[in-house]
Design a protein around this ligand. Structure first.
Ligand code: PRT
Ligand code: ZN
Length: 309
């Protein structure tokens, strides 16, 4: 186990980039997957607060997600990966306490998507935010909720809960809730309906509001490029097909986000060519069916593992 002393010493390290990630929760698996895909090998004892990358000057601090914005703002770590919901709420909380709230957003990541919404019991009527006037609302995000309701001139009483917010109305603790929603299944199974989204969120990579030492900056720049490469590869596909020469224009027009394709002659066939292309957008079945109707055959769509440049 890492001691506080060790941590302080590491904090003064001018060469190893230090990043805080969620120890165990909804962001953990995707964060570790992003690291793996970016070639970061970390010693994987998840019970240790601090792990070291084996192949890069990078240290990973595993903490509760709520602590991540503060660690970045207090400059204990260089980088953090956290949901925008927690980041925004913590910023407002720290502001109210007069604490420093500086940070930079480095990258929006392609996971952790959710929304903060108001939900009320299914049988109740909803006439817009004014229905919340004077009501008790259970939430983990009192500042985000207050910001929106204040803007709309609505007063309410926040009931602060850090877990199981969705049971509050049934337990008689609140009239409504304001909680994170992804699929909506949790609300539904608790007899609640989503009535208003007040904040959209995804995971972001943030950095401390201070120039990094040159060696750390080198690691940071390298990782930013790799993270971008991993994310754009995740969306991209390599598409191959044989196509009639006289329909090439139409075929190119329906391929989403495709750069200049390679057109390759087919041995013994003057009317048809092989077409290879990287598409940087999501490809739907409908597009493949359209390609087929334009005479394309042997259509192959292959995922891309890594992409640079
Ligand atoms: O222990 P620690 O404090 O680190 O974790 P935590 O329990 O506070 O957070 P965790 O792991 O639940 O979520 C971490 C982050 O993931 C959140 O701050 C969001 O940025 C993001 N995220 C994305 C979500 C969800 N989707 C989500 N669906 N966080 C929570 N939920 C919960 C929500 O609170 C509700 O209970 O999932 C339930 C709703 O899900 P659906 O799919 O039924 O709508
Ligand atoms: Zn948390």
């Amino acid at each position: 186990m890492t001691t506080c002393n060790q941590m302080t010493t590491q904090g003064k390290d001018k060469t190893r980039l230090r990043i805080a990630i969620q120890k165990s929760g909804r962001l953990t698996e995707d964060t570790l997957k992003l690291f793996r895909s970016s070639g970061i090998k970390i010693t994987s004892n998840k019970d240790h607060l601090l792990s070291h990358a084996e192949n890069l000057p990078l240290d990973v601090l595993r903490v509760r997600d709520d602590d991540i914005p503060g660690l970045v703002m207090d400059r204990v770590v260089d980088w953090g990966i956290v949901g925008q919901n927690v980041l925004e709420e913590t910023t407002m909380q720290r502001d109210s306490e007069g604490l420093y709230t500086g940070y930079n957003e480095v990258l929006k990541l392609n996971f952790g998507d959710c929304r903060l919404s108001v939900a009320i019991p299914t049988e109740q009527e909803w006439q817009g935010l004014s229905s919340l006037e004077g009501k008790k609302i259970a939430t983990t995000y009192p500042h985000l909720l207050k910001r929106v309701l204040k803007k709309n001139g609505i007063s309410f009483k926040a009931v602060l809960l850090t877990g199981s917010v969705e049971v509050a109305p049934r337990a008689g603790l609140a009239d409504a809730i304001c909680d994170l929603v992804c699929t909506g299944a949790t609300l539904q199974s608790n007899g609640l309906k989503e009535v208003e989204t007040i904040f959209e969120s995804k995971a972001v990579l943030i950095s401390r509001d201070q120039e990094l030492y040159p060696e750390k900056k080198k690691t940071a720049d390298l990782l930013i490029e790799r993270f971008k490469g991993v994310m754009s590869a995740a969306e991209s596909r390599y598409i191959m097909m044989n196509a009639p020469k006289n329909r090439l224009e139409e075929i190119r027009a329906i391929l989403p986000g495709a750069e200049n394709p390679s057109i390759i002659e087919l041995e013994g066939n003057k009317e048809r060519v092989a077409l290879h292309v990287v598409s940087r957008e999501k490809l739907f079945w409908e597009t493949l069916e359209q390609l087929k109707s334009l005479g394309a055959t042997s259509i192959l769509v292959v995922p891309i593992e890594k992409m640079l440049g």
